[in-house]
Write a new protein. Sequence first.
Length: 288
Amino acid sequence: MKNSHLSAREWGERIVLALLFAAIGLLIMTVFSPWRPLLGRVNDYLGRIGLIILLLIAALMVRRSRRYKDHAQVLFGLFIMVIAVSLDWIFGIYLIDYLDVNGNTPAGYALLKLNESAVIVCVIVLFTKITGGSLGSIYIQKGNLKRGLVIGLIAFVIAAAGSIPMSTRLFEGRDLDLARMIPWMPWLLIFVLANATLEELLFRGLFLRKLEPFYGKFISNCLIAFVFTVLHGAASYTSDRYMFLAVLFPLALAWGYVMQKTDGLWGSILFHAGMDIPLMLGIFSNLS
């Protein structure tokens, strides 16, 4: 059914779904953040467990409804997201508290991010299969691999070439030169590729296809880009928050567009990884 032919009731349902998606997504990634959760540890765990149970029950009930069964996939996506970020938080605590990983070094940053990516990717793949989805439903498929790699590599190279001035302007990069940066390179590449993989899968991969039946490709991409950008509103690693957000929103749209056009994750992962280079150069250059 084309959107122009929707009834007032159907438009209302789509608006409610968009608000619900944005509200629960922001709740998961702020209150139950895998980086800086807002509640004390006991309340945090209880809240995560409660939200997981509520989303699972809601998704199962909605899936049984003839009228609303298509909405179940969005609820399952949010259910998978909260499990993924919760296990990421638990394993992150384990690495820092029990294995005594120092996250204040390039190697520590890379190790923590690689762990985070592995946890989130595994959870999303496993629970997508459990809830009846395919890997293709979250863009883990070949797609137009050649086009994806070409777009991704070109964007990666351009971002890398301009990384020093971008880092200086937006991320307080200091004393950046090739001699200083060379020892960081293995850790930098591990970090940006791991981070891009988890974020592209956790946001666009997990939700684009689930939202498209209701909003089409463009609005679905805009909705996810909006949530993704808002979640970065409290970023402490940028020296100009408003400029950062103004750049981030169109980038998020571009990553979603590349994923949709190439029907795979690979181009958007490389594109996203390239744009993370100046950010991480700024962080690494300011480590004590």
